[in-house]
Design a protein around this ligand. Structure first.
Ligand SMILES: *Cc1c(COP(=O)(O)O)cnc(C)c1O
Length: 482
């Protein structure tokens, strides 16, 4: 399968090389033009791991032994081998994506990515070790650390914004064990951190230093492909439960930050799955809401820290992939990205805006509404949701549709216990672990085991740097490892 940059049709590369590289050499993202001719109906008859094998070997055909890679990534690693259960709540469905090792939906992709990278590395006979560099708004970091921990041939450095992650998220990262892992705080917000990582990729590392860089962020096609699976899985569950007939459209509401999760839904649709509307839900950082409404993407706006920090993002990387997939014109996409870079904004053509609005709906909600939603759904339906899921639920309530609605749930409530507990009208103290205990006492919803154990774990990573130091930090680490 030919992959090429969103910003140029040539040169093309294959899936294994695209996974190893992460970002295309011209700064664009890898895409392919062929999603059709997929046996989507047959796929719906498989179990979740079967779906993963079929979808991943279709999207990444050059990576060999996909069946065994899928088995290694997932079998026994999640609460159930169904991976992502679908739960009926009121008159909607919640797709629980957080039943993996770190209690966030990023586990779905980041359990798989190390398998894809190490398989590609040996297939391509790469001698260098693969150094994963990752900027995280909170959840990617831990999920990537867990996925890559002690995977032979890889090292990983995770940068997180010191003022942008919850205490639980931070504790998850700084207690990470493993001889190939490194975690470092950066002064600033997520966009600063992500920009810093992009700059390091652009500058590269010396060719003789024994490592080559790759990315675990959702710019990597190997991160995106595994996420397509749960859209199929949710649809198959609805079929099996007799809630829909084959071919009926289903809407998916997605709490969105970097646009990876929802883009995977669009890929599922291109592969034939009868997806109705894809609803892009944002928090107070509503750059995507404005974009989908007006066609103008404008990052020149205040950045807000919210109670759904994994969506506090102003530059939504994967949107670039969507623009390409809709207009199929690399020059047009390259032009928008140049404008974004130079002026901080761009406006898409009327034709492209129309296509966007045909496929996507949108909405946003602030922290107050998010909390009210958590409180109300708990009280009325006895279902406990985290702050990100609540943003999506709140936006779902404003959508007019006749189709069944699946709300994607991206984290355990225990990853954001303070906001959730206060949303239930309870008092919250400073100590987040005490808050977790209290949330459990009030709701009786079990605390995921790995989160319950965090408190007693040793802190192993204490570095804090400025954004300008990120590059020298990485070079220093490479020296140190050598
Ligand atoms: C990463 C994340 C999101 C946003 O997903 P994108 O793929 O970046 O759009 C939403 N919720 C949670 C809990 C996350 O960790």
């Amino acid at each position: 399968m030919n992959y090429h940059s969103t910003r140029s049709n040539l040169p093309t590369t294959d899936a294994a090389k695209a996974v190893l590289q992460g970002l295309a050499p011209d700064g664009g993202l890898f895409v392919t033009d062929r999603y059709e001719d997929f046996d989507w109906e047959g796929t719906l008859r498989l179990d979740t791991l079967g779906m993963a094998k079929k979808i991943l070997s279709t999207l990444l055909p050059e990576i060999q032994n996909m069946d065994s890679l899928v088995e290694k990534a997932y079998r026994g690693k999640f609460e159930t081998d169904e991976l992502t259960p679908l739960v009926s709540v009121a008159d909607r469905y919640v797709l629980e994506l957080f039943r993996g090792p770190t209690s966030a939906f990023k586990d779905v992709a980041l359990s798989m990515l190390p398998q894809l990278i190490t398989a590609s590395r040996s297939q391509e006979q790469v001698r260098d070790e693969i150094l994963i560099l990752t900027a995280t708004s909170g959840d990617t970091g831990k999920a990537a650390l867990a996925g890559f921990c002690d995977v032979p041939g890889t090292k990983i450095i995770v940068f997180y914004p010191d003022a942008g992650v919850s205490a639980v998220q931070k504790a998850q990262m700084v207690t990470q064990e493993g001889s190939n892992v490194c975690v470092c705080a950066v002064r600033g917000n997520f966009d600063d951190t992500q920009t810093g990582v992009k700059k390091i990729f652009a500058a590269g590392v010396p060719s003789d230093c024994g490592v080559r860089l790759s990315s675990a962020n959702s710019i990597n096609i190997g991160r995106l492909a595994p996420q397509v699976v749960y859209y199929f899985k949710a649809y198959a569950d609805l079929l099996q439960q007799g809630r829909i007939c084959l071919g009926d459209k289903v809407d998916y509401v997605v709490p969105t930050g970097n646009f990876g999760d929802i883009l995977a839904g669009y890929l599922a649709k291109r592969m034939g799955l009868p997806v109705g509307k894809l609803v892009c839900a944002s928090n107070r950082n509503d750059v995507l809401t404005d974009f989908l409404r007006t066609g103008t993407y404008d990052r020149r706006r205040p950045f807000y820290r919210t109670i759904s920090p994994s969506m506090d993002i102003l530059v939504s990387s994967n949107l670039e992939r969507l623009l390409y997939l809709l207009c199929e014109d690399c020059d047009e996409v390259a032009g928008y990205m140049r404008e974004l870079n130079e002026n901080g904004c761009y406006t898409v053509s009327d034709a492209l805006l129309k296509k966007l609005q045909d496929e996507f709906s949108y909405g946003c909600c602030d922290d107050e509404e998010t909390k009210r939603t958590i409180g109300r759904v708990w009280k009325e339906n006895g279902y406990l949701m985290d702050t990100h899921t609540a943003v999506a639920w709140c936006v779902a309530e404003d959508q007019k549709t006749d189709a069944p609605v699946v709300v994607l749930s991206t984290a355990s409530a225990y990853k954001f216990p303070a906001a959730v507990l206060s949303a239930l009208g309870e008092e919250v103290c400073e100590d987040e672990f005490e808050v977790m205990r209290r949330l459990n006492e009030v709701t009786k919803v079990p605390i995921p085991k790995a989160l319950a154990e965090l408190k007693s774990k040793t802190v192993r990573h204490t570095d804090v740097i400025d954004r300008e130091q990120m590059q020298s930090y990485v070079l220093g680490k490479i020296d140190h490892w050598n």
